[in-house]
Design a protein around this ligand. Structure first.
Ligand code: BGC
Length: 359
């Protein structure tokens, strides 16, 4: 465990909170390593072997908390986003007859839990050894009406590193009042290694025959549209860059891929969300989840202004996120699977990232 140097640059975070920021590193029997900080529950690095056994860090990020806090355009590198990951239209929703108002921090909408979401708070952390592998357990209690959301929310996120080169992310939450909850992990991957150019050559499969088209502010229209015959068809693996330049209105709205896909699944339980293969290193990332959707975002807002931990600029489309989650704007879209958590019930979801290589 190491201290992760931080200074109190945010108005309502106390020095004592900053003093408690640490970096935890887990290593498994094959040498795979992940580092996690209790600031924002951020995964700061993921070191995995390529097909020749050479380790690289495949997660974009920084080596100091200040850089996470001050990054231009708020990329949410590696963080847990919440209480509601993704957008809520015009920062408002109605629940049980009452209207709630949230920050429009991504005008005109609310994004990733607001101004000080779960990515910018200090969590309690402990490490433990489990049957599956070593784990970091992070806990945060959001106050009733924090960022405008009703209910005191107790959240636990557990990162477990298994000896099979898997990162298992277990989310758990309970509330004192009915509230929307949609937690996800916002790691940007580049399977060549962070800072090594774009991800456009990575071959991606998404287990989804449908996606949720959006309006120009990236709020879903409500339609579940077939991907077939569109650039959104990743049902068979293809390079991320193959169709990204097509003249398609949805790609214009997202400035590339920044869309939620409706996962093909049978019942509840773990289902395949996506598989990504990077041909040069041979690295493969497989994402499975209990969630109904995955937001595929390919770093359209990166533009080289942010410099990562190894001193390399994060270029346009220099990383991709696969944010397993419920659909965007669910609190305003009654036909979508519900994101409302009620007192007495537990929010429980799991996502797994498995790293392998292909010869
Ligand atoms: C969103 C993007 C946003 C990014 C912030 C993603 O989850 O879909 O629109 O720009 O987060 O880094």
């Amino acid at each position: 465990m190491a201290v992760f140097v931080a200074s109190p640059v945010m108005a309502d975070v106390q020095q004592a909170d900053f003093d408690s920021i640490r970096l935890y590193t887990l290593k498994n029997s094959s040498g795979m390593e992940i580092s996690v900080t209790n600031f924002g529950a951020i995964i700061t690095s993921i070191k995995v072997p390529d097909r020749d056994g050479k380790f690289d860090d495949v997660a974009l990020g920084y080596d100091s908390v200040d850089k996470y806090i001050n990054a231009v355009d708020k990329p949410y590198f590696g963080a847990v986003v919440g209480r509601y990951g993704n957008r809520i239209a015009e920062g408002t929703f109605k629940l049980d007859g009452q209207t709630y108002t949230l920050a429009k921090n991504n005008p005109p909408n609310h994004l990733h839990g607001g101004i000080i979401g779960f990515d910018k708070v200090v969590w309690n952390a402990e490490t433990k050894s489990t049957d599956r592998g070593d784990a970091v357990v992070l806990r945060y209690t959001a106050k009733d009406m924090e960022e405008g959301y009703p209910g005191k929310l107790d959240v636990t996120v557990t990162y477990t590193l298994t000896n099979d080169n898997e990162v298992i992310i277990d989310y758990h939450a309970t509330t004192t009042k009915a509230t929307p909850v949609n937690l996800t992990q916002h790691t940007y991957f580049n399977l060549k290694g962070e800072g090594r150019g774009t991800i456009l050559d990575h071959e991606l499969l998404i287990n989804a025959k449908r996606f949720t088209p959006v309006d120009e502010t990236l709020i879903p229209t409500g339609e579940l549209a077939p991907v077939s015959g569109t650039p959104f068809d990743f049902t068979e693996a293809k390079a991320i860059g193959r169709d990204i330049g097509q003249d398609h209105q949805q790609l214009k709205f997202g400035l590339g891929y920044d869309h939620n896909f409706v996962l093909d699944r049978e019942g509840k339980g773990m289902a395949l969300a996506a598989r990504v293969h990077e041909p040069i290193s041979g690295r493969v990332l497989e994402v499975t989840t209990t969630e109904p959707g995955v937001q595929f975002y390919c770093g359209n807002f990166l533009d080289g202004r942010l410099t990562g931990k190894s001193g390399q600029p994060y270029v346009h489309r220099g990383g991709f996120c696969l944010e397993t989650q419920h659909f965007p704007d669910s609190p305003n879209q009654p036909e979508y699977p519900s994101t409302i958590l009620r007192p007495g019930k537990a929010y429980e979801t799991t996502t797994k990232w498995k790293f392998t290589v292909k010869e």
